[in-house]
Design a binder for this molecule. Sequence first.
Ligand code: PEP
Ligand code: MN
Length: 301
Amino acid sequence: MNNKWSIIAGPCSAESYEQLRESAIQLRSIHPNWVRCGIWKPRSRPGGFQGAGEDGIIWILRVKDEFPELKFIVEVSSPNHVDIVLRNGIDAVWMGARTTTNPHSVNELASALRGTDLPVMVKNPMVPDLPLWIGAFERLMNSGVKQLFAIHRGFTTPYSGDLRNMPLWEIPFYLKKEIPELPIFFDPSHICGRADIIQSYIETAAKLDYSGIMVETHPQPTMALTDATQQITPQELGLILDGLDKLSADKNDNRFVQRTLIEERMRILDQELIRLNTERMKAIEIYKKLLGDAENLTITE
Ligand code: PEP
Ligand code: MN
């Protein structure tokens, strides 16, 4: 199964030439189709590491000199980023979830990409709004972009629970219905937000109709400057991919797809019940304090 699936792996951020080179060395045994690394990082809050910028491009070019078989993909969120990527011959780009959420930004990127043959991957928008995701593809297609791919990285919802972003599996399924020829990749890293459950999400995705995965890997995950909790080592990814073969029997089994959707719905409902119950307990505590006489109160808990 490993060799039927396209693999994109690499660090959340390019942090130094040494880190990028070490990533490349460790990733080579996986034979990734593309090595990912963010060099302009869209951070929710200011401060902290914002990405290496053009220094990152220079590191990528040095690593490519040494390992010409490796292709690199970076995130772009402005026409200036596209211009720098094109001038330096970077192999492919992806549009991040925050960018896909804003049609003005998508329009600007689509114009900047007009007339190029760069492969473009589009992450789902932050919010579970399928037309917004489809709209990004339409804008890029209208600009003549031919090599398009989707990345399912999950959605911000009030009931994400122990996940960083909810998968809401039905949204990529409907995307596939709307644009059947579009390859869809699965990004477990930004859905899970933590390394210990990445494997089980990759295993679930392996049984669904994805064309590949984009996974964040780091030579020393705990030292990562961004998204340290969710990165795994290239060796760990290699072991997960090796173990996938035995799962392939279920692939495209419609019952498995239905089961995944139902399990996901139950998970959302369970989490919402737990959240509401916790809110209720908190409200009772506040109520008891307000009345100042917890002993004599009779409240059904
Ligand atoms: C990333 O890929 O590191 C990233 C910032 O992703 P997203 O746009 O999915 O949040
Ligand atoms: Mn990241």
